[in-house]
Design a protein. Structure first.
Length: 464
């Protein structure tokens, strides 16, 4: 019998036929608030392709990416070396994930990662940043025999239940209790850390060396002093480098900016994927791993079905090779310093611009209450509706008028966070600074962005 129907699966044909339905599909089958939010702020773009630090729409307009997929695209999109590695590992038809053998790629990637953290000895591979943090929390509690984890206010470590227990934002935690035993301290508050450790039940402190929310760096010498206190009380220092690691701040890890800091556990993810295959890694000291995996009976006491898969391992190895060959860490430091210095020079020019801070290519731009009466009245109107609206007013024209993608650094924050791919160059810096200057000129001259601000106010009031 003749069959004239379609043969096999054709991804290109499927996208050609139904790609235009993207927003309707999300509205009907996924998180229905996402397309609603994107349309409200004018972010409902349709990007056709991407390469490096740029996207292009159907009309061929290019957009500068200063968000990097929340830090995932450390090398930009579709780096040819990483892309080839993924093709090569697929073409190799490896006997992957048998669960009862030892493939070479996980060991090779672990070996390579540990060369950047010589005080650590072993690696567990999972599938995401939050899973890397979950692993660290479990290992810390088991290795120390203590139940409680300390974290910092305003921290973000992921949204699964364990990671949520050390999340410093109530908006994420509300409605999901009970969580793990935990206590928040202020970033940099050694007295609070000392007080909690004296209770004798603390397994560890988990900390972002630079917090993603607000882009706040740990105070000078805090991590080293915290490490000394934790060791005195037989508790562990856990460095969450999911966003800050792999060169983001101008060193391989952000904790390396402070001499003598050697965390007991380190979590990485995001950029290790090369933007292709989800991966997370928890690096730790030998004694911790040996205590968790103390016998053959406990060989699978902590595991992940897709952990150490060949595609993720190949992508990770390619990422680290590219970082060495193209000196992306040095580029992040050099280009980040240039961008931060040029933006900081604008603080005295614009009364709405209060501070530029950060390290490497992790930069926070903070806005604040202006001094002049006209601007102050407009600022007050926005603040009364919802804190954080002015920062959103800057983000939107950066995309709409200047085709630059950025993000507000957190809910109710007047801070824009820049975390571009580590491969941006001086021309990209010039483009961003010129666009940002134009937007700030418009804000101070009472331009069209204030009309959009009134729209945001109405939307904020309607959502209450």
């Amino acid at each position: 019998m003749k069959d004239d129907g379609p043969k096999g699966f054709d991804l290109a044909q499927l996208l050609a036929e139904r790609g235009a339905e993207r927003y309707e599909l999300h509205t009907k089958y996924l998180n229905h608030q996402l397309p609603r939010m994107l349309r409200t702020i004018g972010f409902d773009k349709v990007y056709e392709r991407a390469e490096g630090a740029h996207f292009w729409d159907a009309e061929g307009n290019d957009y500068l990416d200063m968000l990097a997929g929340f830090g995932v695209m450390g090398l930009g999109r579709h780096h040819p070396v990483v892309r080839k590695a993924v093709h090569d590992v697929l073409d190799a038809s490896l006997a992957d994930l048998t669960r009862f053998d030892c493939q070479p790629l996980p060991g090779l990637l672990a070996e390579k990662l540990l060369t950047h953290s010589p005080h650590l000895d072993r690696v567990f591979f999972g599938n995401s940043g939050t899973e890397a943090v979950e692993t660290a929390l479990k290992f810390a509690r088991y290795a120390t025999g203590k139940p409680r984890i300390l974290y910092c206010t305003h921290a973000f470590h992921g949204l699964t239940t364990g990671s949520l227990s050390v999340n410093g934002e109530d908006g994420f935690r509300d409605g999901f209790a009970p969580l793990l035993p935990d206590t928040a301290i202020e970033l940099g508050d050694l007295d609070a850390l000392r007080r909690e450790l004296k209770r004798g039940d603390v397994a560890g402190l988990v900390v972002e060396p630079i917090q993603g929310k607000g882009v706040h760096a740990s105070p000078p010498d805090f991590l080293r002093a915290a490490q000394d206190l934790l060791r005195k009380h037989k508790a562990l220092l856990i460095a969450d480098e999911v966003q800050t690691g792999l060169g983001r701040t101008g060193d391989f890890y952000a904790y390396q900016h402070e001499e003598g800091v050697e965390p007991d556990l380190v979590c990485v993810a995001k950029a290790l994927s090369g933007g292709y295959v989800p991966v997370g890694a928890t690096l730790g000291k030998d004694w911790i791993f040996k205590r968790v995996y103390s016998s053959m009976d406990r060989v699978l006491v902590h595991s992940a079905s897709f952990g150490s898969n060949a595609q993720a391992m190949a992508a990770g190895l390619a990422v680290l090779a590219v970082m060495e060959d193209e000196e992306t860490v040095a580029n992040a430091r050099r280009t980040g310093d240039l961008l931060r210095e040029r933006l900081a020079a604008l603080v005295d020019r614009y009364e709405l611009l209060h501070e530029v801070r950060g390290r490497g290519l992790m930069i926070g731009i903070e806005f604040g209450r202006p001094s002049s009466l006209k601007l102050r009245s407009r600022w007050t109107m926005l603040q009364a509706a919802r804190k954080g609206l002015f920062a959103q007013m800057v983000v939107v024209p950066l995309l709409q008028k200047h085709r630059i993608l950025t993000q507000v650094s957190g809910d109710h924050l007047e801070v824009i966070k820049l975390i571009p791919p580590l491969v941006i160059d001086e021309a990209d810096v010039d483009r961003f600074v010129a666009a940002f200057t134009a937007v700030m000129d418009d804000a101070h001259n009472g331009g069209l962005m204030w009309d959009f601000g009134r729209t945001l106010v109405k939307q904020a009031v309607a959502n209450r």
